[in-house]
Design a protein around this ligand. Structure first.
Ligand code: PMP
Length: 450
């Protein structure tokens, strides 16, 4: 496996000499040569020059079908004409006032009708949205502890940078998991978190009972999306809703990845379970940085009456709101989700059929614009189970797809692919064709995912 990976990495690097040179130059003034460490990937970051519809071009002028979608932000397709027009019109009228502009109301009303929560505020990223969610839960309840899911990534602020991207041995005993802080986060902050496994109502009930009257709320990505995709088991989300309500604990859905992507009304509408708070970002403004936080009247009254000041110089920035308005009202209509489900299920069924035909273990999941193929025969129910998936085979898959003209998100094991409204069956067929080559490689060396 190592030899095949090495050979594919050589092909990868030979295709992109300008990216390699830019990376070397950038590394002198930019740590790691990238703007965010999530863009730092093996064998080297790929520098992109342009995107149009379902495609991106790198600086060496190679064209790719883009299923990376900027980590799931670009479901409208690159340079979508409606988003381009909205941003172009707005940019000539001034880009920043820190005063409200009328697009705010359109965006808030549209989100309220899609997600079923009546009031919305804005931020610039998913991390800011989940940070506001945690602040709100603590501010309203007057309590300090929060519950989060083991292994789940909820953004890069202190409260939630706990027990993520760790090996099983670093996570501690299964029934009494450690609270492992991210580098730079004090253990004292991590100790304000109670960790529970995903898809486990018994553990949730146990923690809520043990820490009765100490817990402000729970933050939960309704479909876990940094571990391939782990879908909620039947009645898990409903159970979480009932148990948190019974214990009078607020529930926040982190829909930064799922919102607007898996369904017109996010995982909230897909599964028919409404939390007290919803966090959005990524796909919301078609690639323009934007986050949002929605809440019930009870929750959001903490903002209106000043108990919690939800703030940010660029919140509701006019460019961002113009882009979000175009995304919501002109592009992401209910019909595009039907098309996405059709294309997504075509990809998933053909991918699994191809892999199984080549003797490879694989399972997968699809909802709206998200498709995920995991190289393992045992569908994971939680993060610890997912850690058994082979990192090497997932990386080889990323390389084979890249060298065959499909841009997937790096960190192959953790991520899923994201479609856009611009993708076609012909794009999907390139992905499947590459999978055949991948399956043949694995088959020829007798390598098999566990
Ligand atoms: N929550 C989830 C579920 C995410 O996947 C991410 C980003 N990958 C975030 C929060 C943080 O979003 P951002 O990177 O925009 O701060």
């Amino acid at each position: 496996l190592d030899q095949i990976i090495e050979a594919e990495e050589r092909i990868f690097l030979d295709r992109i000499p300008k990216s390699v040179a830019l990376h070397q130059q950038a590394s002198r003034s930019i740590p790691g040569g990238v703007a965010s460490s999530w863009a730092s990937s093996r064998p080297t970051p790929v520098w992109v020059s342009a995107g149009k519809g379902g495609y991106v071009w790198d600086v060496d002028d190679n064209k790719y079908v883009d299923f990376h979608a900027g980590y799931g932000a670009n479901v409208v397709g690159h340079a979508n004409p409606a988003v381009v027009a909205a941003v172009q019109n707005r940019v000539t009228l001034g880009t920043h006032f820190a005063q409200p502009t009328p697009d705010l109301i359109v965006v808030a009303e549209e989100l309220a009708s899609r997600f079923g929560l009546p009031q919305w505020r804005f931020s610039n990223s998913g991390s800011e949205a989940t940070m506001d969610a945690v602040h709100l839960m603590r501010s309203i309840s007057g309590k300090d502890l929060i519950i989060k899911i083991e292994g789940s990534y909820n953004g890069h602020h202190d409260s939630v940078l706990v027990s993520i991207f760790r090996s099983t041995s670093e996570l501690g005993p299964e029934n009494e998991p450690w609270r492992v802080p991210w580098s730079g986060v004090p253990q004292a902050i991590a100790d304000l978190v109670r960790i529970v496994p995903y898809n486990d109502l018994v553990a949730l009930e146990r923690v809520l009972t043990e820490f009765k009257n100490e817990i402000a709320g729970m933050i939960l990505e309704p479909m876990m999306m940094n571990a391939g995709i782990i879908a909620p088991q039947d009645n898990y989300l409903r159970g979480v809703r009932e148990i948190t309500a019974k214990h009078r604990v607020l529930l926040a859905f982190d829909e930064v990845k799922t919102g607007l992507v898996v369904h017109h009304g996010g995982a909230t509408k897909l599964y028919g379970v409404t939390p007290d708070i919803i966090c959005l970002a990524k796909a919301l403004a078609g690639g323009v940085p934007c986050g949002a936080i929605g809440g019930t009247h009870e929750v959001m009254s903490a903002i209106s009456d000043g108990r919690y000041n939800q703030v940010g110089t660029f919140n509701g920035n006019p460019l961002t709101m113009a882009a979000a308005r175009a995304v919501l009202t002109q592009v992401m209509t209910p019909a595009v989700y039907d098309r996405a489900n059709e294309l997504g299920s075509y990809i998933l069924s053909n991918a699994l059929e191809t892999l199984h035909r080549h003797g490879q273990s694989a399972y997968g999941f699809q909802a709206g614009f998200k498709v995920c193929v995991v190289f393992s025969d045992k569908p994971a129910r939680n993060y610890r189970q997912f850690l058994n998936t082979s990192t090497g085979i997932s990386h080889l898959h990323f390389l084979k797809q890249f060298n065959g003209g499909i841009f997937l998100p790096p960190w192959g094991k953790s991520e899923s692919l994201t479609l856009s409204v611009a993708h076609t069956k012909a794009d999907a067929d390139i992905y499947i064709r590459n999978l055949i080559g991948f399956g043949e490689d694995l088959q020829s060396m007798g390598e098999r995912a566990s």
